[in-house]
Design a protein around this ligand. Structure first.
Ligand code: ADP
Length: 461
């Protein structure tokens, strides 16, 4: 096992990783930007190093500063968390060349899955179903029109380097396709430094189902079942649950095995998530693989009892998986997660940074909160707006919803605005309670909270 790990992240995930390290008896080093000096991860870690200014580029994305911090503090590994440098193959390589273990997959696996087109190709080659569409970047509008005609409208334009729900455009006809193509290429270039876009069939009314996998360096790989992340806004997840109300054991096995196949195709090691869309006929299609720990990993921990972050660390240290036999992976009860963001749902989800004066965390049976906020904490405008993840566990879905509802009532964050009110509405919505939701749930069922462009898509489909 490692003796000291540097956590190259902030917020709740930095806390999560430091906690796992403490339980494993590993010392920790936090890194922080100047305005994060009073953040809890700085205090919880054994040591802390300031790595630069407020902008992520100057600090959490600043590779030389992070590597220097790692060398000064003499760590043997770096955990990147999610976001920031977690899916940066170049960073993983630099760590390795400095004899520091990167807690994540090997750089070639990050690279293959980091480019969505390359990932599609790897999945297809491995025999995993992918969404019909192009295998290569779209060169011009004629090619785009040809492809769309073949796979039939609606189609979706996606950036090869896209992520976080950005860089996607749904097109219902030729006129829209031609106008969206150029903007999509330009935007992809500006946002991701890579203007390559591709076209996929737009699956109407899908469910987003993802499979959590773990693979060690000794050739063992297991899946920890699925998470259902169908409740989204602007293609960004808002509520997640595990297991999915739409997946039975037969489908679970099929999707789990497909996920392992996709991972093996790129010699994957460590924790990862293979994302699929499930259509109304029960067919599933690979969309991408996330080569890191995900925000929503905690609900899988609640239903399986497996600590994914500790497994990540053990795998990176060369240990074998804690449970190596697929049929020995437990699945018990039901867990739901609500993302609590500092955003105003009544005002088009505008960011709502600022000081929190009153902060009351829910508790009691079946409640887990992963949060770095506290009364007196200031939500900074520079980073992700998520201030915490509220998870509820019950013996079944109905009980998990009831636990979540009463936990949301207890959760008080004032005076900033948060997503708590929309979560309360979702939990009491009959369509959600019946488990009959699709990715257009927010615009179609809860229109008043929707984004205008999402509503247009929902209407058109
Ligand atoms: P990102 O990496 O930006 O999160 P993903 O490819 O994971 O992008 O897709 C995010 C969400 O966008 C999906 O969960 C789904 O709601 C929607 N989406 C992506 N591809 C399609 C598609 N082909 N058809 C319908 N919806 C899609």
């Amino acid at each position: 096992m490692f003796s000291k790990i540097l956590v190259a992240n902030r917020g709740e995930i930095a806390l999560r990783i430091i906690r796992a390290c403490k339980e494993l008896g590993v010392r920790t080093v936090a890194v922080y930007s100047q305005p994060d000096a009073s953040s809890p991860h700085v205090h919880l870690a054994d040591e802390a190093v300031c790595i630069g200014g407020a902008q992520a580029k100057q600090s959490y994305l600043n590779i030389p500063a992070i590597i220097s911090a790692a060398e000064i503090t003499d760590v043997d590994a770096i955990h990147p968390g999610y976001g920031f440098l977690s899916e940066n193959a170049h960073f993983a390589e630099i760590c390795e060349s400095c004899q520091i273990t990167f807690i994540g997959p090997p750089p070639p696996a990050i690279r293959s899955m980091g480019d969505k087109m390359a990932a599609r190709e790897a999945a297809r080659k491995a025999g995993v179903p992918i969404v019909p569409g192009t295998q290569e970047a779209i060169k011009d509008k004629d090619e785009a029109l040809r492809v769309a005609k073949k796979i039939k409208y609606p189609v979706i334009i996606k950036a090869a380097a896209g992520g976080g729900g950005r860089g996607m455009r749904v097109c219902h006809n030729e006129v829209r396709l031609v106008s969206a193509l150029m903007t999509a290429q330009r935007e992809a270039e500006a946002a991701f430094g890579n203007g390559a876009v591709y076209i996929e069939k737009y699956i109407e009314r899908p469910k987003h189902i993802e499979i959590q996998i773990l693979a060690d360096k000794h050739g063992h790989a297991v899946y920890l079942y699925e998470r259902d992340c169908t409740i989204q806004r602007r293609h960004q997840k808002l509520v997640e649950e595990a297991p999915s109300p739409s997946v039975d054991w037969k489908l679970r096995k099929k999707m789990g095995e497909a996920a392992i196949k996709a991972a093996k195709a790129v010699n994957y090691v460590n924790a990862g998530t293979v994302e699929f869309l499930l259509d109304t006929d029960g067919k599933f299609y690979f969309i991408e693989m996330n080569t890191r720990v995900q925000v929503e990993h905690g609900i899988t921990e609640l239903i399986t009892g497996i600590d994914i972050v500790k497994e990540q660390i053990r795998i990176a240290a060369g240990e074998k998986l804690g449970i190596r036999k697929q049929d020995k992976i437990p699945l018990r009860g039901h867990a739901i997660e609500c993302r609590i963001n500092a955003e105003d749902p009544a005002n088009d989800f505008a960011p709502s940074p600022g000081r929190i004066d009153r902060y009351n965390l829910p508790g009691g049976p079946g409640v887990r909160v992963d949060s770095h906020a506290y009364a007196g904490y200031t939500v900074l405008p520079y980073y992700d707006s998520m201030i915490g993840k509220l998870m509820a566990y019950g013996r079944n879905r109905g009980e998990a919803i009831s636990v979540m509802q009463r936990a949301l009532e207890e959760f008080i964050v004032e005076p900033i605005k948060t997503t708590i009110p929309i979560h309360k509405e979702i939990m009491k919505n009959p369509v959600f309670r019946r488990g009959q939701m699709y990715t257009d749930f927010i615009p179609r069922v809860m229109g008043e909270w929707a984004d205008k462009s999402d509503t247009e898509n929902a209407k058109a489909s």
